[in-house]
Structures are given as C-alpha cells and as structure tokens.
Design a protein. Sequence first.
Length: 366
Amino acid sequence: MKERIGILTGGGDCPGLNAVIRAVVKTATKLDWETIGFLGGYEGLLDKEYLHLDYKKMDSLLNRGGTILGTSNKGRFAVKTGVGQLNQLDPNVMAASLKNFHELGLKGLVCVGGDGSLTIAQQLFEGGIPLVGVPKTIDNDLEGTLLTFGFDSAVSCAMDAIDRLHTTAESHNRIMVVELMGRYAGWITLWAGVSGGADVILLPEIPFNYQSIHAQIQKREEMGKHFTIIAVSEGAREEGGSVTLSEPLEANREAKLGGIGDKIAKEITKRFGKECRVCVLGHLQRGGGPTSLDRVLCTAFGATAVNLIRDGKFGYMTAFTPSSVVGAIKIKDAVGKLRLVRPDNPMVACARAMGISLGDEVPHEN
C-alpha cells in the first residue's frame, strides 16, 4: 500500500496556492506517495471531506489563481479573533482532527497558510499531528522568511494600479488616495509605493499626521506638480489614533480593516480644500494568477515541504532566507509575532532619500 500525505489551504486566498498544490503532488508522486487534498481548509480535515489529487491533472495549476481545494478563515478553527486576540483550539476539535488523520492513514500533512493558519498548524502539531507548513500571505508578515508567496503578485497588482492612477491624477490635477491591503504590516504599500512612484506612503508602523501630508502636497505645487499620489495601507493610523475598521467586530473573526483611504481624503479636503479621489483595490490584490517570482517560490516551497515529511522534520515551515534560499524553520518561531516594517528599513530610507513622504516629517500639531 502506498504511503499517503494530505494538503490543505487555509486563510485568505492568494495567487500561488494551486502552484503549491501542484508541486506537492508532483514531488510526492516521484516518491510513489499518494496525495489527498482537504476541502475548505482545516474544516475538511475535521469533516473528512477531501479529493484524491491526480498527478496527471496538475499541469494546468501552475498559473491558475485561487485554490482548487477551497479555503476558509473562519469557523471552528478560528484561533485569531478581534484585534490580535489569540485563542486555543477546542479540545474536541483537536481530538477529532487527530483521529481523522490516523483513520485516513496519513504519513504527514502540508498546511499552507499565513500567521493564523500556521498558528492552527502549530497547535495541531503540539496535539500530535505530524505536519509541515508553507508560508502563504500577501502581507509578507511572517517571521523567519524574507518572502511569503502571494506578496509579489499583490505588489505587482498594486503597482499597476498606481501607474494607472498617475495619468488620471495628472490630467485632472487631483490628489489620488489608493488604499492597499496588508493589515498591520506595510510591506505591500511600501514596495508598491516605491515601485509605482507614489508621493506619500503611509504605513501602519509609522503613524502619520496631516501636516506632513499637506507639506508634501504644497511642495509639489511649488514645483509645478499639481497632483499627488498617496498610497496608504489599510492598517495605517494617525498619530495618537487607532486603526480604522470597515465593519463592527464579529465573534470568532479577526477585525476587518478598511476605510482609512476615504477618511484621509475627506480630512485633506476639509482641512486644506484639496480635491481628492479614493481608490480601494481590495480583493483585486488577492485574485488572478501568480507572478513568475511567486511561481518559483511556490514550486520550491511545495517540493521542500514534501521533503521535510520524507525526512521526518515535522513542525517545520519552509522559508526563503538569504543563507539557504529555500530552507526551513520551526513553525513556532514563525507565528505569534508579525514581521513588520521597521522605521529604519532600507526601503524606508530609500523612499525618504527619493523625497517620498512617510507622513511623519512635520511635527504633529495638537
């Protein structure tokens, strides 16, 4: 009887999930292993809902967006709720998951996800399930890896949007505010803002004030540039303020961030009489196929995950590091603390050197 492994995709979708599934199945097949894919993330493991993944059907997945297995970021496995609140899995859910794992005759489980999904994975691992992780999040906020797959694709989408906004902003002499994803980490906004030529970049890690934004707009006006592009992360906040929520907090769900772009546009118009328009990219950043970089990452991550199971290195997550390019670290060392943009990050310094405002140059006026 062939050895069998399982794979599931958890949390929010992003480009590259199918590419990881493809790499896992192809690598497992070469080892003469069978692969099953659980439907709807961890819920599929709990309900024993899965697909037999056929090697012959994998070739079309490399450039296909989304996930053929489906995914979920709510339900019985919600361990991160509210604004950064961490919970323990229900012991009955843990026991049933372990029971199903063994009844299905699995050698190991590949868990693909971000901080929330890998936090679940770590708890299941501590509960006795031999598993490995693959870092997935457009936010790029997982510790222990310089890159998570999905990030480059999201940045590419955001950069393209900023490129397009330049022409309409310049044509109408307007201030354009583009709100980008990233939750509490500003990586997408920083990279897209720099690569797209934004004039103001507002990050969650660097609280802003309106005096600094206005100073940048005035500086551009004096240079004969009557339009300004402001790239703002959904988790950005004013000095002394808090994050903006798009919806009231729900039980067993993480806080939904959003609306800061509209808030900033209204404040700029109110305070300084400048005409603004707002563009919220939202889920466009999570849709579509992966970039070439993400395809390479996904392929390497998927193959490495299977090799970790082969070598019995359970409780580890694949990682992109300068020393090994694609290696592995313990999942427990990657979750529970977000990898945020440090104010002294070289890309922040690059932005400032280019004359881009980070929204904190002018002292805040009470």
